[in-house]
Design a protein around this ligand. Structure first.
Ligand code: HEC
Length: 101
């Protein structure tokens, strides 16, 4: 019985961490400091307000920051942010941002 309980507990931990990793809302927490809790701010007073941006627009911007094909004068800041994301995470964050209003 004990072993079974252990297996169940381990499996649920594994499941929740993998869901966690691609949860856009959780991932977006690292963006709130500059972009605002609902993406309603101009980050550092400079960015566009990204609240409600379409998935395509956010994805293009984040991938562009990664490869240097997108951005304004402050793109260095976002390059560091985007470097931490992979395609799956970008997708999750982009979907989350598109729901913000
Ligand atoms: C340290 C502050 C900071 C953090 C943290 C940050 N950003 Fe930004 N973000 C900026 C700035 C500054 C810009 C404008 C950069 C430029 O000049 O292109 C920007 C621009 C953007 C843009 C494009 C908007 C535009 O002006 O074209 C998107 C999309 C974006 N950020 C998403 C995110 C996401 C998603 C995260 C979290 C993973 C994040 N940012 C974290 C500061 C930040």
């Amino acid at each position: 019985m004990k072993t079974l309980t252990k297996i169940i507990a381990t499996t649920s931990i594994l499941l929740s961490t993998s869901l966690f990793a691609t949860d856009g809302e959780v991932l977006f927490k690292s963006c709130i400091g500059c972009h605002g809790a609902n993406a309603e701010k101009k980050a550092l007073g400079k960015s566009e307000i990204i609240q409600g941006w379409s998935v395509e627009k956010t994805t293009k911007a984040l991938k562009g920051y990664q490869d240097g094909t997108y951005g304004g004068p402050m793109k260095g800041v976002m390059k560091g942010q985007a470097a931490k994301l992979d395609d799956e995470k970008i997708d999750a964050i982009a979907k989350y941002i598109s729901t913000l209003k």
